[in-house]
Design a binder for this molecule. Structure first.
Ligand code: BES
Ligand code: MN
Ligand code: ZN
Length: 503
């Protein structure tokens, strides 16, 4: 369901079902008017008892019993000057509180106390964008496939009500509306990536992923190439084919082109790991938790989600998006330890672990992007358990061969509020990937494994600036938090969009 965003001054019809008031601790402890005298009094009583302290993200919900037109009021704690990240979280808490009282429409008070400083510091557009992202992303979780399908709760309308004299000029409101529009596009693209990632493996095969990419290309008039297993063999994509050969569902190399800046010398190569299910192949994974490996194409989803947003924003950039898609299965025809394969680049790889399959398909993805003119490379992949050991669910791990590109990526991630932590790419790590049988082996010891896995991919960058993003810990959650649901998060969609279209 689409959420519409309107200004209270332009609105006719019934009152919204809830009023959302962000509130700081100072305000709560003061005596200024908030929503309505007796409601304000009750809120402050709750504060005196230590129940509601306006801590960031804390909510207090009241039934208004006719004191004001809206049946509910939702107070959400927020510090002043807490930054865009905190606003996103406050908006998420508000959206969840609205869901809690089944309020499909809500009025958001734009108060100077909370928004004033943020508007000064980050600009109107960014603040509006962050609020929109928080509101919309918080409500987008996995929809179970049931006999009786239930509709997902969504806010159908958000009404902005600025306080007296605040955001009063037409210019200010236009800037706010631009931010809201951008936030809507980004949230829609994150939702798209989440839905794609949550699809089960029996539904989302490599071929089906290619069909869905074709739908995306059709919707946004993008050029697309879908390379099937026969053409991949002709072209020499030995990495993709080796990983895919164990499955009855054949692999695909999916390549989309977006040309928004014909005169620019820069083409971003975005390469997303598209393992539609990872059993580990002949190096079979243990059974416990293996079902989560439906999300081993979250990198592909992030790249497609970012491309969707970039196309919808009609951004002036060039992108070649590459998705090596395969299902990693054990079978009589699966690739196996000891096999030596020749990748598209010509580099040969000795397979020592069939569960280190992501880097093998990504090698061919990197070469495919380079051959189509990519000048800067970003790969996004659920690559290693090791990155989860190092960073948990709290940050995406990154590796680079180019510090200036890494700086740009880190800045973009900060704007997006998606944490990235750089891991070292010491040359010594590559020693562990030396092979007696080929140019490289696909796995080394478990020590420093996240760096080594990333550097394997970097070997195929042909010296171009490259950043690797390992989203194994951040793309799939065991429990929801803030504006991220349980299951697929759609992480890195917003960072990739900020990176390629931001300042
Ligand atoms: N897809 C996995 C990594 C992964 C693990 C993602 C858990 C999300 C959650 C990847 O293909 C893999 O199996 N990596 C192995 C590599 C090892 C065998 C060298 C790992 O990290 O254990
Ligand atoms: Mn694996
Ligand atoms: Zn994998």
């Amino acid at each position: 369901m689409e959420t519409s965003f309107v200004w209270s001054s332009n609105r006719v019809g019934e009152a919204p079902e809830a009023v959302i008031r962000l509130i700081t601790e100072e305000e709560l402890k003061g005596s200024g008017a908030l929503v309505e005298p007796s409601i304000d009094k009750q809120l402050r009583r709750s504060c005196e008892k230590g129940l509601f302290m306006a801590k960031p993200g804390q909510t207090e919900v009241y039934s208004t019993l006719g004191l004001i037109e809206a049946p509910s009021v939702l107070f959400v704690g927020c510090s002043s000057g807490g930054g865009l990240g905190e606003l996103r979280l406050a908006a998420a808490a508000a959206a969840k509180a609205a869901r809690g009282v089944k309020a499909a429409s809500a009025e958001l008070v734009l108060c100077a106390s909370v928004f004033g400083e943020e508007l000064e510091r980050h600009g109107i557009e960014s603040v509006a964008q962050a609020m929109t992202e928080g509101l919309l992303l918080a409500l987008h979780d996995r929809q179970p496939l049931r006999r009786e399908e239930k509709e997902r709760f969504a806010l159908s309308e958000v009404v902005f009500r600025p306080e007296e004299g605040f955001l009063a000029s037409a210019d200010d409101r236009a800037a706010w509306d631009r931010g809201t529009a951008r936030g809507k596009v980004l949230a829609g693209s994150v939702a798209y990536a989440r839905d794609l990632t949550n699809l089960p493996g029996n539904d989302l095969t490599p071929e089906r992923l290619a069909f869905l990419a074709e739908d995306l290309a059709a919707a946004y008039e993008l050029d697309i190439e879908v390379i099937d297993e026969w053409t991949a063999a002709e072209q020499g994509m030995g990495g993709l084919l080796a990983v895919g050969q164990g499955s009855v569902n054949p692999p695909r190399m999916i390549i989309l082109h977006y040309k928004g800046a014909p005169d620019s010398q820069t083409t971003w190569g975005l390469i997303g790991k598209g393992i539609t299910f990872d059993t580990g192949g002949i190096s079979l994974k243990r059974g416990l938790g293996m079902e989560d490996m439906i999300s081993d194409m979250a990198g592909a989803a992030a790249v497609l989600g970012a491309l969707r947003a970039i196309a919808e924003l009609q951004a002036a950039v060039n992108i070649v998006a590459v998705i090596p898609a395969a299902e990693n299965m054990p079978s009589d025809r699966a690739f196996k330890p000891g096999d030596v394969i020749r990748t598209l680049s010509g580099y040969t790889v000795e397979i020592v672990n069939c569960d280190a399959e992501g880097r093998v398909v990504l090698a061919d993805g990197m070469t495919s992007a380079i051959r189509r003119g990519a000048t800067k490379l970003i790969d996004v992949a659920t690559l290693t358990g090791a990155v989860m050991s190092a960073l948990g669910f709290e940050a995406t791990g990154a590796i680079t061969n180019n510090d200036s590109l890494m700086t740009d990526v880190l800045r973009a991630s900060e704007r997006a509020g998606e944490r990235i932590w750089q891991l070292p790419a010491y040359p010594e790590y590559m020693k562990d990937l030396r092979s007696d049988a080929a140019d490289l082996k696909n796995s080394g010891s478990r020590y420093g494994a996240a760096s080594k896995a990333g550097m394997f991919i970097g070997h195929f960058a042909e010296g171009l600036p490259w950043v690797h993003l390992d989203i194994a810990g951040t793309s799939w959650l065991e429990a929801s938090r803030g504006y991220e649901p349980k299951g697929a998060t759609g992480v890195m969609v917003r960072t990739l969009v900020e990176l390629t279209t931001g300042e």
